[in-house]
Ligand binder design. Sequence first.
Ligand SMILES: [Zn+2]
Length: 333
Amino acid sequence: MRTGRRGGSVNGEPEVSEELTRRLKAYEGRAATVAAVGRDPVNEPMIRHWCEAMDDSNPAYQGPRAVAPPTMLQVWTMGGLSGHTGRTDAYDELLGLLDEAGCTAVVATDCEQEYVRPLRPGDEITFDAVVESVSDRKSTKLGTGYFVTTRTDIRAGGELAGTHRFRILKYAPARAPARASARAPALATVPTSDRRREAPEERRPRPVVNRDNAGFWEGVDRHELLIQRCTGCGSLRFPWLPGCSACGCPEWDTVEASGEGRVFSYVVVHHPPFPAFAPPYSVALIELAEGVRIISNVVGVPYDKVRIGMPVRLRFRRYDDESVLPVFQGVSP
Ligand SMILES: [Zn+2]
């Protein structure tokens, strides 16, 4: 928590002040990118790859009179791994200001495109972007923050071909008191000596909980590993998905895993180091007795003793006050 610091966040709530709002709004209308040039002209190979990835066989995108799929509009502005050209400091300053106000998380929320004229192979692309708007402070399920909309005007041969509006939410992540308190009783039942063992040094990254997988994490809170079961065809699936890949049915219920499984495959990670994990450690693909597979850690066995086929048993391991994860205890033969 960064209390006592001007512009910091307190309890996950971003700073609220008229001064901040005024400073954020001052970026509206400022250029984010000026006179940028597309890295490649509109070209057939990129169109072909896009159509293959999108499974789009529209004949308009093929042959000597092909046009580019309109939804590729942003593609022609992308800088690739080497970065963007023509970018001003204004956009980064705006994001930095939001970071300082405690809105350190970001999520892309939506994009809107308008198509003015079709793009064809050979078209040379130029573009400019502007910070179109910064919203008032908004409360969302993710947390409290600000929507920032940029508008990019994309031109071919100097003529407007389309407009791409891209919106992000910069926010202070909401705390999850329900999850933490749901776990408190479980901690209280663990003797102190075990509790120390149950809280390793590493703090694991937080899972991304969303509408489609919330039930799984609620199960983990209760120390249940839940597998989705399609109520249309009975197929079990894991990880959780909104629909059945076997029959397409969106209805499902759950089956609690027995906890028995075996190592289907594994790797031992030595490098690169990552703060949440102390190498070397094994990451295993566990095949549960029910037939579905889950990626997890094998614990209780030295990393170099994990083997394919090794029987394992589900445990729930507490990493800190907010974090319990399913792991698998190796069972030595
Ligand atoms: Zn199904």
